[in-house]
Design a protein around this ligand. Structure first.
Ligand SMILES: [Fe+2]
Length: 244
């Protein structure tokens, strides 16, 4: 069963809230049964075919995936030749939902499938904000198949999701993270990730100072506020970075 729970914590220092005023950010919430059975199957068609092509052409099912070892996942992006292409109807549906949510036009969303697995490195998702665009992001992470549970947090809200549950939030504005993972070697956790921005959002560029504040806020979540759920991941980071 899906579960959404607000974690009781001290209120955040008002200094962190200051930058939340402008631009306005959407609320985060859970939407169950996001894809139809057909859409869900179509995404896995793309994934499985790409794994097979990797095996056929390179003897490696991950050959056409991007491996992100730091976070322990493989990403499947669309490619320029059109060999990896998610159905247009799915992208249109997501865009329409985003426009409904934002009340105005958004850019064509960026979408990708990702699989977290020990094979890619120990899965981890430390508190962070997405920063691939200088406008507010509207973001949706949809949980697909999994063999292991892995909680998802947006600020102080804990989302425990089931297959086909979508969590809507703003990747640029909401600190988001997952606790230390406990994957066995055969375990995996799949998501479909979607992100876009409002086309007409010219008034509120996210500048260097804004990103710096967000970065500090994320550090506060990692090293203070939720430190207790990152023992393994923090240890891994210190080892990798050679800190004492
Ligand atoms: Fe993110």
């Amino acid at each position: 069963m899906s579960n959404v729970e607000v974690i009781a914590k001290e209120p955040l220092d008002p200094k962190w809230k200051a930058h939340h005023i402008e631009p306005a950010k959407p609320d985060h919430y859970l939407e169950s049964n996001f894809f139809t059975a057909e859409e869900y199957g179509q995404i896995y068609d793309v994934v499985v075919k790409t794994m097979q092509r990797g095996l056929d052409e390179a003897g490696d099912r991950w050959a056409f995936f991007l491996k992100i070892s730091n976070n322990g996942f493989y990403i499947l992006n669309e490619d320029e030749e059109g060999k990896v292409k998610y159905p247009v109807a799915i992208k249109d549906k997501i865009k329409a939902k985003m426009e409904l949510l934002m009340g105005e036009p958004v850019r064509d969303p960026g979408v990708f499938f990702a699989r977290y697995t020990n094979e890619a490195g120990m899965p981890s998702l430390m508190p962070h904000c997405d920063k691939h665009h200088d406008r507010m992001h509207v973001t949706n992470t949809i949980q697909l198949n999994k063999t292991v549970d892995w909680d998802f947090y947006v600020e102080d809200t804990l989302y425990q999701t089931d297959a086909n549950d979508a969590v809507w939030f703003s990747g640029s504005h909401h600190v988001h993270f997952r606790p230390d993972s406990n994957f066995q070697d055969e375990d995996y956790y799949d998501i479909f990730l979607v992100s876009s921005q409002r086309i007409n959002d010219e008034k509120n560029p996210l500048d260097k100072e804004w990103f710096a504040t967000q970065e500090n806020l994320c550090g506060h979540f990692s090293n203070m506020r939720y430190k207790d759920i990152f023992e393994k991941t923090l240890k891994k980071q210190y080892e990798a970075e050679g800190c004492q």
